[in-house]
Design a protein around this ligand. Sequence first.
Ligand SMILES: [Zn+2]
Length: 68
Amino acid sequence: MNTCGKRPYHNRAEALLALAGAKAHRRGHRRGHRRERRAYFCKSCSAYHLTSQEPKRRLKIIGGEDFE
Ligand SMILES: [Zn+2]
């Protein structure tokens, strides 16, 4: 069930893969362009989402620019 309206990823690998894909598409864009930058686990959906914003502290970050 997706209560956020965000695209759910069913596992960590899938979310990180999507995150990597989003980065690849960033080619040619300057920094600061709004894109998904982090992945986190959403308890409401029991799934992972990507976000371009700084997540809330309660969210469990599994990947992102700090991850590299
Ligand atoms: Zn969610």
